[in-house]
Design a protein around this ligand. Structure first.
Ligand SMILES: *Cc1c(COP(=O)(O)O)cnc(C)c1O
Length: 359
């Protein structure tokens, strides 16, 4: 009998792979939908233009519900189950609700999601609907919705799974671990969109933990980017009516404001604004030049890096990673708003050749 070597799959799922650095007990359900283990894809054109040694896109868009929210949600919901919760609630610009709805299904919990009316991208609403969440459209902003759910969670037996829940931040810090494990060290620069500021907080925590444990030799500068119409941290004051095409970061009063400022300052980084025009230009370039189809909020990280270069930041010899936070399919309306040339033809060969301009 011949024996064949069985190649063991490496553990990609974050609760198992990084369990020693997460608040897991022997009562925490280790359920996974396949979150984490997302690829670092190297740039083929923007890297050269900016004079970087290397530029990578971390495709958090490849998580099970299409955004990085799954990293924190898998832990937040597992801990809610451990604490015997029967329902979860969140305010959401869309991706949190999609993720909460999916993980709630997996664990047999009810999910309640409160979204700002008319302000959430269609793909995200579609996910919450099909996963069977109870959806409330609030006549107000994300910030209003977050205030309401924080209050609800103190009055009713539901677990709050917004990023004010520390298990969300703990789960999301694994994105930083993966970058170091993949590159062999932290990059010099980490570019990330900033909305409610949970993710920049989480990445900084992850890089700092790995540095303390000497699994990384350096920590990156944290470069956070807000949309110009929703830039409270940049302006130093809440924005009452935040407005931007990047709906995932359309937030006027971030819950993790202070932690984001600390991440910026402790890392020697920066938090700056980019205009919607810059976001959409980066969004289009990412898809057309790099083959990365992301949602507009994700493109803010790349738009910000490009703008920093234009404003004189010296990037030569440096490695940068941009976090691609969500999938382009989430927001088909923005994609279809990009000017396109679509040719028409009759259903015969000659007509198609004419339409293509080949005859
Ligand atoms: C939630 C989200 C953000 C913003 O992350 P915060 O933790 O709120 O700062 C950015 N991009 C996408 C796609 C998101 O879903």
């Amino acid at each position: 009998m011949t024996s064949r070597a069985v190649r063991k799959p490496s553990t990609r799922f974050i609760l198992e792979r990084y369990g020693d650095l997460l608040p897991i007990t022997d009562r925490t359900p280790m359920v996974s939908l396949g979150e984490g283990g997302t690829p670092l894809v190297r740039s083929r054109s923007i890297e050269r233009e900016l004079g970087l040694k290397a530029l990578y896109f971390k495709l958090e868009s490849m998580n099970p519900t299409g955004s990085f929210k799954d990293r924190g949600m898998v832990l937040a919901i597992a801990k809610a189950v451990e604490d015997r919760a029967e329902a979860v609630i969140c305010a959401s610009t869309g991706n949190t609700s999609a993720s909460a709805a999916a993980y709630a299904v997996r664990h047999g919990l009810k999910a309640y999601v409160i979204v700002p009316d008319g302000q959430i991208a269609m793909g995200k609403l579609a996910q919450a609907i099909v996963h069977g969440a109870t959806i409330v459209q609030l006549a107000g902003s994300f910030d209003d919705a977050l205030n309401v759910v924080r209050e609800i969670a103190t009055r009713h037996p539901v677990a709050l799974v917004n990023s004010v829940n520390q298990h969300r931040i703990e789960g999301q810090k694994t994105g930083a671990f993966e970058i170091v494990d993949d590159l062999g060290d932290a990059p010099e620069i980490l570019c990330i969109p900033v909305g409610n500021a949970g993710n920049i907080t989480a990445y900084w925590r992850g890089f700092s933990e790995y540095y303390r444990l000497e699994r990384a030799g350096q920590r990156p500068q944290m470069w956070g980017f807000q949309a110009a119409g929703a830039a409270p941290i940049v302006n130093g004051a809440p924005v009452e009516h935040p407005e931007t095409v990047a709906s995932a970061i359309r937030i006027g009063n971030p819950a993790s404001w202070q932690q984001a400022v600390e991440a910026r300052d402790d890392s020697g980084g920066r938090i700056r604004a980019v205009t919607d025009e810059e976001i959409l230009e980066a969004y289009r370039r990412l898809a057309a030049e790099e083959a990365v189809f992301c949602e507009p909020a994700s493109a803010a990280s790349v738009a910000g890096l490009i703008r920093q270069h234009r404003e004189g930041a010296d990037l030569s010899g440096k490695t940068a990673v941009c976090i691609i936070t969500g999938n382009g399919l989430k927001d088909p309306d923005t994609a279809l708003g990009i000017a396109a040339t679509i040719h028409r033809a009759e259903s015969d060969l000659a007509s198609v050749e004419r339409a293509l301009g080949w005859v």
